[in-house]
Ligand binder design. Structure first.
Ligand SMILES: NC(=O)c1ccc[n+]([C@@H]2O[C@H](COP(=O)([O-])OP(=O)(O)OC[C@H]3O[C@@H](n4cnc5c(N)ncnc54)[C@H](OP(=O)(O)O)[C@@H]3O)[C@@H](O)[C@H]2O)c1
Length: 395
């Protein structure tokens, strides 16, 4: 393993896609919270837009110095150069299935730590099959889903497990409540993934063939069934996002999750009509995504770069309640914060990049989850940044 040193690389962190919606919020967060001496750069395909962003950050006195690097996903040489400039490369350039692979490959080859905001299961599975081995050889940590997908759920399950006895079978249920709006980039990524059901399943099967078997332990994420969950006072609807997959990967990697770990992931809805309406709306978007004309019409509703206003984001929030059980104990925990998709995602993304760059972390390499790569150090950072992780009272 040959981790890049500060001497060999001009930048600690390079933020690619810095001129997009979440990219700009992440750049603003880094500028406002960068530790002294952070060497970082914004990267993207338009030098003009990057220079304007830099002027705004530096001009507002929010950053002493920020580099500017030009790169385009259609130019693999520019991506290789980008990977060679950074110890940690954080990219918001999505949909990742469309734009992401070359940069993962470049980072795996260069031994550069890579993080993204992908909530696209097919992309994450393909990257495991194609680039995990190379990243392990070079020491690169490839950490996907470093935003609302999947940090509150991955670190929330990790935090819940830490409250339960060791060495016994454990079950954790996560109940997500949130209010917020989509950006154009998120909507495009979701539509793209919805339209690729069979390819997503094929990538998951291929991954299972490549993953080493878990010997003597079990970690599963059954879908669960819709039910009234008295323990959180809400209707619970199974939520088939990437989050339960990420939680199970953490459980597979970390002995602390015990010999037999089960995680179920739900949307929690207080009133039954909202639960029925939510399922119908999700089903309608999923069905429309299967038909190219309907998909084109839907994707035209929100353009890349569009996203909720600061006022709208200020009213948005999320709360994930966890109920953990094992060894005769039951524990209730919560992870909560503000606008999930953008303000808090930018915070989680930037803090993950800083954690990979500067924290004293366990030795890991290859495709790793946020809990495995950063665990307690990232929880500590997010708490300081205003995201709640707490043991809650039961109902
Ligand atoms: N994990 C989560 O919870 C979470 C939350 C929010 C968003 N996301 C994901 O994050 C991603 C970005 O979302 P967003 O709303 O910020 O999208 P966006 O505003 O459309 O930004 C996309 C970025 O990609 C850049 N880009 C596009 N084509 C490129 C190319 N050929 N070469 C280089 N850069 C290129 C764009 O550059 P220009 O600025 O030059 O156009 C822009 O910076 C999406 O995949 C979304 O699903 C995830």
């Amino acid at each position: 393993m040959n981790r890049p040193s500060r001497v060999e690389h001009p930048y600690d962190i390079v933020l690619f896609g810095a001129t997009g919606f979440v990219g700009t919020l992440t750049a603003e967060y880094l500028a406002a919270h960068a530790p002294d001496g952070l060497r970082w750069a914004v990267a993207g395909r338009s030098r003009d837009r990057l220079e304007r962003l830099r002027e705004r950050l530096v001009g507002a006195g929010r950053a002493a110095e920020v580099g500017v690097l030009e790169a385009d996903v259609s130019d693999p040489v520019s991506l290789r150069a980008l990977a060679g400039h950074a110890r940690v490369l954080a990219t918001t350039v999505g949909p990742y299935l469309t734009y992401g692979e070359e940069l993962v490959a470049a980072c795996a080859d260069a031994g550069t730590d890579y993080l993204d905001l992908s909530g696209e299961p097919e992309f994450v599975d393909l990257m495991y099959v194609r680039h995990d081995t190379r990243a392990r050889e070079t020491g690169a940590r490839l950490v996907h889903a470093c935003g609302f997908d999947s940090i509150p759920h991955d670190l929330g399950a990790y935090f819940t497990v830490a409250q339960l006895p060791e060495g016994v079978p454990l079950t954790v249920d996560g109940f997500v409540r949130a209010e917020g709006m989509f950006s154009g980039g998120t909507f495009a990524s979701a539509l793209n993934q919805f339209s690729r059901g069979p390819r997503m399943l094929a990538a998951a099967r291929d991954r299972r063939r490549h993953e080493p078997r878990l010997l003597g332990r079990r970690a599963t994420a059954p879908a669960g069934a819709p039910r009234y969950a008295g323990e959180v006072g809400a209707w619970a609807l199974p939520l088939p996002t990437i989050d339960p997959q990420v939680v199970v990967r953490s459980a597979r990697a970390l002995e602390r999750y015990g010999p037999d770990f089960r995680y179920r992931h739900y949307a929690a809805v207080r009133r039954l009509p909202f639960a029925v309406g939510g399922v119908a709306a999700a089903g309608a978007v999923f069905a429309a995504a299967q038909l190219p004309p309907a998909r084109r019409w839907l994707s035209g509703r929100l353009q890349p770069g569009d996203g909720p206003s600061a006022e709208r984001r200020a009213k948005s929030w999320f709360s994930v309640r966890f109920v953990g059980e094992g060894g005769g104990q039951r524990v209730f925990t919560e992870v909560a914060g503000g606008d999930p998709g953008y303000d808090e995602t930018a915070k989680m993304f930037a803090e993950s990049a800083l954690s990979l760059a500067f924290d004293d972390l366990p030795a890991t390499a290859g495709q790793v989850t946020t809990a495995v790569a950063m665990g307690d150090a990232l929880i500590e950072r997010l708490r300081k940044a205003g995201i709640t992780f707490r043991v809650a009272a039961g109902r």
